[in-house]
Design a binder for this molecule. Sequence first.
Ligand code: NAP
Length: 461
Amino acid sequence: MNKNSSNTMALTPNTPNKRETVCIFGTGDFGRALGHKMIQSGYPVVFGSRSAQTSSLLPKDAEVLSHAEAAQKAAVIIIAIQRQHYNFLAPLAEILHGKVLVDISNNLKINQYPESNAEYLAQLVPGAKVVKAFNTVSAWALQSGTLDASRQVFVCGDDVEAKQMVMDIVRALGLTPLDQGSLLAAQEIENYPLQLFPMWKFPIYLSLGLTAFFFFYCLALDVIYPYIYENKDFSFFIAISIPNKVCPILALILLALVYLPGVLAAIIQLYRGTKYRRFPDWLDKWMLCRKQLGLVALAFASVHVLYTLVIPIRSYVRWRISSYTVSQALNNKTSPLDITNAWLSDSYVALGILGFFLFVLLGITSLPSVSNNVNWREFRFVQSKLGYLTLILCTAHTLVYGGKWFLNPSSYKWYLPHAYMLSLIVPCAVLVVKFVLIFPCIDKPLTQIRQGWERNPRYSA
Ligand code: NAP
């Protein structure tokens, strides 16, 4: 066996007409799926395996050889093997010298090893040009062709020419290579498929916690209290009435929590007199998940709209209307239209409709396909100015709904305020502080700080 003959194989980029043979080490799920895709795309494929026997699962046009033999047939070798088995590559170091080794491996845990799998491979086979790629694509997606969500392939490596060759292969397979720089980026790329909606964790946990709190709060005041003191069974409130209270409450609080970190950041910057000191970690993380918080808030608002639409067909509501009509008939007395009430109810509905309309607009502009088509100023106008307007409208919607109960002692069951009153605390606080921040005497120094001015400059000119 001439071990060196293939080491001198030119590392020329593939041309569309003639594809270079690609070697795949490992005939497991990923190796097979990638092999099929490569053959479809016109690449001759040779598998390197512990057993040089072909199987019906392998693409029939592919050769199956020993690792050493297969490696000599190609300049690019894709290592479709788990990291813990990489040891067998060390004795092949001489054959693999000068080859492009593509590390596609993933781990079971984030930062499982001190170095990335790709760096480990580079240490095991020092003469090879290691490139990290394909680890974010699943074997199933490759085989079934359902690559819509994972068409992007992150690629990194220290050898520019080798990286280019791998990116050409990625492109030829109909995928989109994204150059992530040197092999130092491999650890981050390997951690990527292990992350489970990292930006969504805080919004989801927070909304679950708040939902549970407000659900039981409303249950206590609207179902348990009347049952104990008035012997009335309102347990059916659990199906629609209580969720229809919890959803708008959550929507309003979460919307306010989208704007609260901005307000806190402004206070911190004013206090420190500089923008060049880092915010506390918790504030940084909070700011990063504002979009997700807003989208969860929008989801709650949408469910509230749906619940509200079914109110007229609820049997409890129809019973209340008919019994009110009957009582008027029995008493032979028609109640006059209460203009104040009519105004309040129409204003409440109008504020809700307008607030929801702007809320949806905010949600739409946060979609990448839309936000990519507006410039930074337009995006800020929608997310900040229209966002605050949405918060004002939604807060006013809640205030008009329940303002009449604020001073009514009978509405404080067990001395507790109505749940909607609690929901107003954060939004009102955010709006009041924001209102103070736009006063010229505060806005001017804040703007200067954000443009780089420092109260106590650390570096004098
Ligand atoms: P797999 O089905 O278990 O296949 C791994 C292959 O490695 C085996 O078929 C075997 O091939 C070879 N192998 C096993 N033990 C070995 C040893 N001691 N020495 C040498 N070779 C050995 O795994 P897979 O799902 O294809 O995954 C392969 C790699 O791709 C992993 O690093 C994984 O993290 C990565 N990956 C997988 C996916 C996916 O969707 N499956 C997605 C992204 C990345 P032979 O019998 O032919 O020697």
